[in-house]
Every structure is written in structure tokens, then in C-alpha cells.
Write a protein that binds this ligand. Sequence first.
Ligand code: ZN
Length: 335
Amino acid sequence: MLKIDMHTHILPKKMPNWSAKFGYGDFIYLYHHKPGYAQMMKGNQFFREINENCWNPELRIKEYSVFYTQVQVVCTIPVMFSYWAEPKDTLSLAQFLNDHIASLVEKYPKNYIGLATLPMQDPELAIEELERCKKIGFPGIQIGSNINGKNLSEPMFFEIFEACERLNMAIMVHPWDMMGQRDMAKYWLPWLVGMPAETSRAACSLIFSGTLERLPNLRVNFSHAGGSFLTTLGRIEHGFNCRPDLVALDNPVNPRNYLGKFWVDSITHDPLLLDYVIKVQGSKRVTLGTDYPFPLGDLEIGTYIEQMNLDPEIVEDIFCNSTLEWLQLKKEDYL
Ligand SMILES: [Zn+2]
């Protein structure tokens, strides 16, 4: 069975020193301090140690083959979004990362599919890069759950979503710049509490603003099984019903109506929760993802899904059909 892991992150092994190049800011810098490892530095601050599977395509293929996976969808690490920078500099950075992923896909067309990154803080430049990425073969993009604290419901982003629909470019929404992170740095709470909330923030913003209603052909995938959106949908729907004066300002449609109209990945670490996600979304709207190569990911690709006694058709939807439909790609290109 074809197995596509649609949520993985990658970086080029070498990147310019962006802070030196642009003359300001704490851009990510890679310091290769020992063979097979690099430190990601944010200015002078240590951000995270990564190892070779973050940049070596051959090693990645070897590692994911162990779990009978044939293809990875790759996108950058959200800390690289750099929406805070001067738009023209975020554009240069995005072009560098996108060209790296495009060259990887060109070299390994059966093993990698790419998602691009955009300077979202500047819709004009974002659309320019979106159009370029479409031309060089990307089926979609990855964006943050908020852009410099602005919600995806802000009118300035609508034209980017409209361009995605027009160009047939899929979107993966990834949590980043987590709300409240300065108040809860201890216990890794930005990742454990902030990230699921961020993804729900993005889903609610796209629903309540009417973006998904106005762009019915926009194909959006919310990371980590939709974050807390699906598990708190009862509350969200009840809020919509009991206080429409606060919630139904821009879209009169019940949020539950959007179930199965967007995609979510399978990253739950929990068969019980995944079972619920499949029930509410339908298996054609749940895509196999891992967050490889990071330790918080579901790194035994699909193993517990295989042990859940699901119908083989449901497993096949999750392992490949849903991703192929989300990205509008053909199965035979990967067999
Ligand atoms: Zn991720």
C-alpha cells in the first residue's frame, strides 16, 4: 500500500547567515558543530539541535522506508517563517528555501513532494511567490496559524487564499508563534498547550470570517489533527448558537457544517482520539502525518493506525488517498 507522510520538516544543510546579509534581526543560523549534527541558533540564542535527518534526503529515505513509507511531503520548519522581518527579506529567505525544496523534488520525484513558504505579512509579495512556486511545480504551501499576531480572518489575507484557490494550491496550516508563550515557557507548554490552541484559532478564524464559505474549493489541512478544534467543537458550536451576536458576525453557517470540508493530519499519538477524528471528519479528510524528524512527532509512521483494526479502505484513505486528493496528485506517479 502506498504510504505518504504529509507532515515532515526539512532544511537545506547550508544557509546564508541571514542576519549578516540583511544587517538586522535574529534569523535562524545553522552551526555545524560536530559531524551529523547542527545547532539552530536564533541570533545568539540556542534554539534546537538537529541532526542529519533534517537535511540529508538519502538518510531520510532510509529512515522512513523502515515503516514501509515511500513518500514524504516536506516543508520548512515553522521557525523559518520569519514573518516578522522586512517583507522583501522574508521573500528572499522564502525563495531560498523554496528553491531548495524544488531541487530536492526534481532529484527525487518519487520520494518527495514539497510545500512552499511565503512572506505572508505582505500579500502582494506572497502572491508573487505563490505564482512562482506554482510554476516550479509546488502543489501547495505551508503557512503559520497567525501572522505576527494577526488572525487568518484578517481581510488582508483573503486575497492570498483567493489566489491559492485560483491557482489550485493546497494549504497546510501549521501552529507557530504560539499565543501566551512568554507566560508559559516552563514545561514546554508553548508546544503542548499553545500549539493545539493555535491550530483551533486558525480553523475558527477561517470558518467564522467566511473564508472557507466564500472559497469552497480552497483545500486546507490543519496540523496535528486540527489541534484542539475538533475536540472542542461542541463548545464552539454551542457558542455559535447561544451567542451569535459574538460569533456569527461574518458567517451565518454553523461551524459543524465544515467537518469533512477541510483536511486534518493524523498526528494524535492516540488511537482513541484518532478514531473520533476519523468519525467526525471521514477517512477521506484525514491524512497520514508524523512531524518527522522531531521527537514530538508520531515517528513510527502509521504503526498504531495499522493496529486499530480499521477497514483496509479507511487505512488506504489515510495512508495515501486523502493526501493525494488534498494535493491533487496522481497515485500512479508515486508507485
Ligand atoms: Zn510540524
